[in-house]
Design a binder for this molecule. Structure first.
Ligand code: ADP
Ligand code: MG
Length: 257
């Protein structure tokens, strides 16, 4: 059943919000070690696609397979789908590390508490072990000194690096990033991209929604251009950025530079 090289497979994914069809049949495969950059204009469905992959949104049709295991869904009686097995969704979600545009750290917890929360309370790891892993991760993202600080007392760049450490702490199979630098002041973007770039160099599997075209070009193994809820064009970074075929992609790229 499981093809271990395949980390994520999305097949013919559709998502409707009432009358609005936001995803109109998206298919995508991320093999282990792939860094897939998703680009596209505002409202093209990028966040919805990521949120369907980790079941923060329920697809209306289509399938999502994580590490060879298809997420089981059943009709919700309202023309959409719902998880057939909530435990399976929880288990699969625990293999996906998600980093949001707005950090989403728990404000009433220190950085260290944020990082160990899910490992200790959801994954039931021994607290000592979780702390040891968290400290190692916080060193990696340059925040060990800040481990006892509360998010409100940290810069946006520090908060986002803490959010990345938190996502890594569950030892995910795949990291999902939704515009991780869009909410940052320009001078703080670099420190976050450095951390994500290091993960890419380690061959960590990632799906990254980003507006940072230069960065996407450097780290992505594959680039997907979404427009109006469908994949308008996809290919190597070189093909997408140097030899775009569709008029929409050409227009999009020139609008960003
Ligand atoms: P992107 O991330 O590419 O900017 P989104 O996936 O956030 O795009 O949104 C795509 C479209 O879906 C937009 O028109 C947005 O308004 C709509 N949308 C997103 N989430 C919801 C929701 N929960 N309810 C209704 N419409 C939504
Ligand atoms: Mg978005």
């Amino acid at each position: 059943m499981s093809d271990t090289a395949q980390a994520i497979e999305v097949k013919d994914l559709h998502k409707r919000f009432g009358p609005l069809e936001v995803l109109k049949g998206v298919s995508l495969t991320a093999n282990q070690g792939d860094v897939i950059a998703i680009i596209g204009g505002s409202g093209s469905g990028k966040s919805t696609l990521l949120r369907c992959i980790n079941m923060l949104e329920l697809p209306s049709a289509g399938s999502v397979t994580v590490h060879g295991e298809e997420i089981q869904m059943k009709p919700d009686g309202d023309g959409g789908l719902m998880p057939a097995n909530r435990r399976q969704v929880q288990r699969i979600r625990s293999q996906l590390g998600m980093v949001f545009q707005s950090f989403n750290l728990w404000q009433h917890m220190t950085v260290l508490q944020n990082v160990i929360e899910v490992p200790v309370h959801v994954l039931k790891q021994p607290r000592d072990e979780a702390i040891a892993v968290a400290e190692t991760l916080l060193k990696r993202v340059g925040l060990y000194e800040k481990r006892n600080a509360y998010p409100a007392f940290m810069s946006g760049g520090q908060q986002q690096r803490a959010a990345i450490a938190r996502a890594l702490a569950i030892q995910p199979l795949v990291m999902l990033f939704d515009e991780p630098t869009s909410a940052l002041d320009p001078e703080l973007v670099g420190e976050v991209l450095t951390v994500i770039g290091d993960l890419a160099r380690e061959k960590r599997t990632m799906i990254l929604v980003t507006h940072e075209m230069k960065f996407a070009r450097q780290v992505a193994s594959h680039v997907v251009f979404l427009h109006g809820g469908i994949i308008e064009e996809q290919g190597s970074p070189q093909a997408i950025f140097e030899d775009p075929k569709s008029e929409r992609l050409k227009k999009f790229i020139s609008s960003i530079h």
